[in-house]
Design a binder for this molecule. Structure first.
Ligand code: NAP
Length: 281
């Protein structure tokens, strides 16, 4: 029998704990912590994600400040806005919704978010610190994956983890987190040769490819743990879970797996940032 890793239930548990922490912040500081969300342009998926994050803030008693910028915004304009939010004492966390329109230097903007407010863990200096095992806010989806594995008591140390995908916000940081947990980590990508054979080694497969049902059942070692970070049109993950789940010992569904926990981790890091900013520990 394969265990369904229930991200929705775990996210609700995390939100319950965060609601209590936000209550304490509000009592002691007299203020609701604010997460600033910046959206540039009107990409419908981004609009939905930002709305979901605003709703999550409301559920745990936090405030959100929605900053909407036009699709022709320049890098300098966005940098100026980030700088303003960095210096706004009411704002505890800043989220810049990815992707931004192509004329914008997204990396420069991510790196302009101050480390104290980078609750979505996109700053490359924060990534460096995290990779070295020092405290830093972590990219939310990788943190969600680690938290789910730990919550479900899934052993990581000494196990073969294959991460498929090497993006700056997902594949690379999740690989670093797994390495810091003493896993033996392989990062596969579009130039990897014989991917099915690489994936067959894995005790834990983490799929972060962005292609629906990409990972096939005959790539999966019996008893492997399957973590599907993918989210594609039609509520499809990156793993063909319909056919893969039966071979696994545990798996995350799409939807209801990694996604809800990603938002919960963003909230958790924002609450931590607020506690630090208001001097509440
Ligand atoms: P991305 O930036 O497009 O990166 C995709 C990665 O997959 C790249 O490293 C790419 O390799 C690799 N890849 C592409 N085709 C491949 C192939 N045929 N074989 C092996 N590797 C291949 O995507 P991302 O932002 O990391 O997102 C990945 C998925 O996670 C998407 O479905 C996205 O919607 C989802 N996601 C979910 C959440 C959540 O909250 N659950 C958050 C963020 C993203 P190269 O580097 O060689 O091009």
């Amino acid at each position: 029998m394969s265990l369904l890793i229930d991200g929705k239930a775990y996210a609700a548990e995390v939100e319950g704990e965060l609601t209590k922490r936000v209550e304490v912040i509000r009592e002691k500081s007299g203020k609701a912590p604010v997460l600033a969300t910046i959206i540039v342009g009107d990409n419908p998926a981004s609009v939905t994600y930002v709305r979901m994050k605003g709703n999550a803030c409301a559920r745990i008693g936090m405030a959100s400040l929605k900053v909407e910028m036009g699709k022709n915004t320049t890098t300098d304009e966005l940098l100026a806005k980030i700088n303003e939010l960095n210096n706004n004492p009411e704002v505890c966390g800043i989220l810049l919704q990815h992707p931004v329109p192509e004329q914008i230097d997204e990396r420069a903007c991510f790196d302009a978010i101050s480390l104290e407010k980078d609750v979505d863990g996109v700053n490359s200096a924060g990534f460096g610190l995290m990779s070295m095992g020092f405290p830093a806010y972590v990219s939310a989806t990788p943190l969600a994956i680690l938290s789910l594995l730990l919550h479900y008591g899934i052993e990581i140390e000494g196990r073969e983890v294959v991460v498929i995908g090497r993006s700056a916000i997902l594949g690379k940081p999740v690989a670093a987190l797994m390495l810091n947990q003493n896993a033996t980590v392989t990062i596969a990508h579009s130039r990897t040769t014989n991917l099915p054979q690489v994936v067959r080694r894995a005790d834990i497969v983490i799929a972060a490819v962005g292609k629906p049902s990409f990972v096939k059942a005959d790539w999966i070692k019996k008893g492997a743990v399957l973590i599907d970070a993918g989210y594609n049109k039609g509520n499809k993950g990156d793993i063909d879970m319909e056919n893969c789940a039966a071979k696994s010992s545990a798996y995350t569904p799409v939807p209801g797996g990694v996604g809800p926990v990603t938002i919960a981790m963003l909230m958790k890091q924002t609450v931590s940032a607020a506690e630090k900013l208001f001097g509440i520990q």
